[in-house]
Design a binder for this molecule. Structure first.
Ligand code: MN
Length: 738
């Protein structure tokens, strides 16, 4: 791997590089790297993979005229430097055979096992997608797509090694292609390497991209760095010696090295701060690596004793690690000739992590106590990187498979123009069509997924290339409502249906109702007229057509009407059917709506509806503890929404604690009235602590904003110590208990 960091300022002598080929010889570069951490039997396996790959690529040349096999072997070397496990190294050797030669994934699985085959397949898939658009948001989506498609972290590591080697041999390509690949590397792959904490790879990718993207600027800056290096050579070696000497005197075992900043970071600093090269002092830094965490702080003290620290420059990334897991102490000192010196102090373990990031995970293969901490860190990283909200991925399980569902709620797909759209997971082609444009959604008739015709209901997957076929006179189909999942698609389909001709709608409504009835194992022909009569009365409408039209227009849900028709079979208690919610809940039109007393939803709360045979539709808040067990059964509940401007009043429970003083209740009651709310019920609780009384109010509010205003109002009353909204059945139970 090309290194931009040099170990020691004084010596720039490169050690002789061992031969790359044949890679299955004892003294090859790859073998020497592998011997450092793998067992002989693993190395034999890797040799076999090399021979297999060499045969497969036989006769194939790189653009430079070198035998193709040099590329996979170089990729394997990069991975071996990161101490990656055997399957990953083998995947590195085989990563191009499926694409470039006649080999199949099946064959690889048979010879090298399923794990290797999956890794190779993963890399091949990534190779097929190409980044085109250059906006920042698109770049972010593309990075997420790559990560989501990788599933196994090792796939992305092989891909990064592949990219790094391609970048270091980019010279041979045409200028146009160089720029395209360099830009893609800078915008997509370098940030991924950075987020995975793969510092060495990250810096190399950036510098190489810089070189091909801005050849002039690259040359100027590298020349300037070289000159500065020459000028400061003596200063640097003096500082290096001073630091080494002082640490030795204090009996601190440390590896001290000088380090040049990578060129692209210098360039970014110049651009960002609009300064010239001569104004950038910190192109050179020092690194002190000690044995453990506590020695870091001791070494820091020693260095602050050697040279005075510059105030305000100290950063403790040990106590507060960076998002990619990086840990170190950073300080800047006044050097002997007035030059500021940047020093990083870290432990050996932190150093490995700082260098190899996620890959450091493999460095400690089956070793010691560090393992658990490191595993946790690796896992945390991925979580942060992937913004996973749920904590379902258990650390151990992760370790076993190195697999995570990276973005559990989203899928990323391509438009024909190469734009990337993020859609909710489970989205269909129709959702995609509406996401592109309302007109495309309204006129879609078919879809091509990855260039093959597919039904509109087809669920989309990461990386799919989706092309919608439209027809001028096509119209939205109500059946789409059965499988679209995005709010946008749903809203547009409903909107369209509303504006449809009513005769058409009635016909459609009847079909939809019959469908729903059959789904409930009822024969539509068996519904007696009597039941329809009752239903018309309940809904307060004059004809069956009206209800059917409403269904066809998407104003009533077929499922709900079907449930109600069937419920009328039994003795129907009309009192439960008060049409309280007709104007307040969308998606429940025409249905008896009841608000659950356990959580008392008010407008603004996220809500769900449960179909109850006796009570109609019962509305709960999303977080209501009473419904937790039903939520797993999507047949039972409906997504419902509040109608935006209902003027009804809703009951809600408040818990309040206040100092036990005369007139307290009156003050609170006055406060509630002043906030424009009514009290429906009050109960008080004897408290053990006689200084305070717990009170429960049921009050009426319009919505959440109103409730918030009311609570703010009450908090202002002196001696009200606590107030919160109560969800749960406490008030009900207490009242019944009396
Ligand atoms: Mn390759």
């Amino acid at each position: 791997m090309p290194k931009t960091n040099t170990k020691d300022s004084a010596e720039f002598v490169k050690p002789a590089t061992p031969p790359l080929l044949p890679a299955d010889s004892e003294d090859s570069q790859l073998t020497l790297l592998l011997k450092a951490y793998l067992r002989p039997e693993d190395i034999f396996q890797i040799w076999a993979a090399y021979r297999y790959s060499a045969t497969a690529h036989e006769g194939q040349m790189r653009k430079s005229g070198e035998p193709y096999i040099m590329h996979p072997v170089s990729v394997a070397c990069i991975l071996a430097e990161l101490h990656m496990d055997t399957p990953t190294i083998i995947a590195g050797l085989l990563h191009d055979v499926v694409e470039d030669t006649g080999t199949t994934q099946h064959e690889i699985a048979q010879i090298f096992g399923k794990q290797v085959a999956n890794l190779v397949d993963g890399v091949s898939k990534l190779d097929k997608i190409e980044f085109q658009s250059a906006t920042e948001a698109q770049a972010e989506n593309f990075r997420k797509m790559l990560l989501a498609m990788s599933q196994d972290v090792r796939v992305i590591l092989v891909k990064l090694a592949d990219r790094l080697h391609n970048m270091s041999t980019l010279e041979i390509m045409a200028a146009e292609k160089q720029r395209r690949i360099a830009r893609e590397t800078l915008e997509i792959y370098a940030p991924i390497a950075n987020r995975l904490g793969l510092n060495t790879i990250y810096q190399s990718l950036e510098d190489l991209s810089f070189k091909f993207l801005y050849p002039m600027r690259f040359r100027v800056i590298s020349k300037a760095v070289k000159a500065a290096r020459g000028n400061r050579k003596e200063v640097i070696s003096k500082i290096l010696d001073d630091i080494k000497q002082r640490l030795k005197t204090e009996h601190i075992d440390a590896e001290v090295s000088g380090r040049e900043k990578h060129l692209y970071s210098i360039y970014k600093k110049m651009i960002g701060k609009t300064v010239t090269f001569s104004q950038i002092h910190d192109i050179y830094g020092f690194r002190v690596v000690v044995k453990d965490f506590s020695t870091c702080y001791v070494a820091l003290g020693v260095l602050h004793g050697l040279y005075k620290p510059i105030p305000g420059k100290f950063k403790d990334y040990i106590a507060i690690p960076k998002a990619n897991g990086y840990q170190s102490l950073h300080t800047t000192l006044f050097g002997p000739f007035g030059t500021p010196i940047e020093v990083q102090i870290r432990s050996k373990e932190m150093h490995n992590v700082a260098d190899a990031g996620v890959a450091a995970h493999w460095l400690y293969k089956a070793s010691d106590a560090h393992l658990t901490a490191l595993q946790q860190q690796t896992h945390k990283w991925l979580q942060r990187l992937l913004d996973i909200q749920s904590e379902s991925t258990d650390s151990l399980e992760f370790l076993e498979h190195f697999k995570v569902d990276l973005f559990p709620d989203e899928v990323y797909v391509f438009t024909p123009k190469g734009r990337i759209l993020a859609l909710p997971k489970g989205a269909s082609a129709v959702d995609f069509a509406y996401a592109v444009h309302t007109d495309i959604g309204n006129r879609c008739v078919a879809v091509k997924v990855n260039h093959e015709l597919a039904p509109l209901r087809t669920e989309l997957h990461n990386g799919d290339h989706v092309e919608i076929i439209t027809a001028i006179h096509a119209k939205p189909n109500p059946a789409w409502l059965n499988y679209v999942i995005s709010g946008k698609a749903r809203a547009h389909i409903r909107h369209y249906l509303k504006s449809m001709q009513s005769s058409e709608s009635a016909e459609l409504g009847e079909r939809m109702l019959n469908q729903a009835l059959r789904a409930l194992h009822a024969n539509p022909a068996d519904i007696e007229e009597e039941r329809w009569t009752k239903l018309l009365r309940d809904y307060n409408v004059t004809s069956k057509e009206e209800i059917l039209t409403d269904i066809g227009l998407g104003q009533r849900l077929n499922v709900l009407v079907a449930h109600q028709l069937l419920a009328l079979r039994e003795d129907h208690d009309k009192s439960t059917n008060k049409a309280l919610g007709i104007i307040t809940i969308r998606g429940s039109e025409g249905m008896a709506v009841n608000f659950s007393k356990c959580c008392r939803p008010i407008p603004g709360d996220p809500i769900l509806g449960f179909i109850n045979k006796d009570k109609g539709l019962v509305i709960h808040t999303h977080d209501c503890p009473a419904i937790r067990k039903f939520r797993v059964d999507p047949e039972k509940w409906l997504d419902v929404e509040w109608e935006p401007d209902s003027k009804s009043l809703f009951k809600v429970n408040l818990k309040l604690a206040a100092a036990n003083q005369p007139g307290m209740l009156a003050k609170i009651a006055a406060g509630i009235a002043a906030a424009g709310s009514n009290i429906d019920n009050v109960s008080m609780e004897e408290s053990d602590n006689s200084a305070y009384t717990n009170m429960q109010f049921t009050v009426e509010v319009e919505n959440r904003a109103h409730l918030a205003a009311l609570m703010r109002h009450l908090r202002k009353i002196p001696d009200v110590v606590r107030i919160n909204r109560a969800k749960g059945a406490s008030i009900e139970r207490r009242r019944k208990g009396r």
